[in-house]
Design a protein around this ligand. Sequence first.
Ligand code: SF4
Length: 373
Amino acid sequence: MSELHTFAKYPFLSEASDFISNTGLSIGDLAHEKFLPIVNRGEERLIQAILKSRLSTEWQDDFQELMSFPVAVMLTGLSRDVRLIRRMSLVETKRVYDFLQKESKDFLLDIAQKQFHWKVQRIDQSLTKIPEYLVKWIIDSKPSMSLLNKICLSVPEEFVKSHKDMVSIDLASYLRGIQKGLGTNLKWRLVNRIVNKGYVWVDANELARLLSEDIYRFYSTIFKKVRVATPPSELVSRVRKLTPIMARELKKRVMPLPRDVQPELFPPCMMNLLCSLDKGVDVPHMGRFSLASFLLASGMPQEAVIEKYRHAPDFNVETTSGQVAQIAKVGYVPPNCKTMQNLGLCYQPNEICQKISSPLRYYKYQAWKKRKP
Ligand code: SF4
């Protein structure tokens, strides 16, 4: 694969930006007719982002594709539209992520180290000997990751061999990668990972996913920060033409509550609280409060909410009625996902949980998806 093709795929690489600078092209040159295809493709990046939330990943001319990226950055900056900045950061990241998933482990490691300054180790580098009997026990009994982390000062050779496709990355980079959406998925929690001497083991796909979080942050920053002092009129008029399309397509998606309460669309955390109460489990106070505020916010009548607590071991109709009435009167907002996680009430989050920030939004999103033609 040619270097230029790599740059066209990954325009955020510092080598790609050096290449662009070395062409000596100035912003004023873009008005020249021979650069029209570059400006057109730059604008097309925005149109695809706005209308399809996805960028095409095929092109004829690597140079044009690469050079269209800074044009797209300038057009986005000129729009000063935060929704477009967010959308562009997202779709440019998705485009890169599509490519990254097909790359070799070495290529990904190279980007992680050179571009984002992660500390990475190959698994065999982190290997040190441990007693034979412990090796045998680990191989035979396949302990959980968390137990393995606790008992292993180092990782046994056989285990390393069976995980030879993995790499390890420094804890800080890993935590930064999962801090937004990924951390809600149990798979990414540290308790379910091998952590060895400050390094977390990941496979190539996971590495690509974590990298895309840093790439998103990078794109977001450049789209936000770009300022064009004297923009060519050609670019200004293109942004003007896009303004009504942006206003129409990027307006905030309104997700109203469904008219009837639909428990089958509730998030896993609330379903778990409901099931626990139904089985007579003594749910802690914050669990009861979170559930009541969620059910009321979802439109459930107070009497129906009270009924949900009937099998609680200490159920008292007057106390429960008073508490539910108080929550309804004050209009408490149900906790968001972060608070639920801190309270230990988040339960088996699924892929929808990665798109939302609160149990109520989960419910609205599910209802919106169901209504969608
Ligand atoms: S991520 Fe949010 S909605 Fe999903 S289970 Fe956890 S708390 Fe509930």
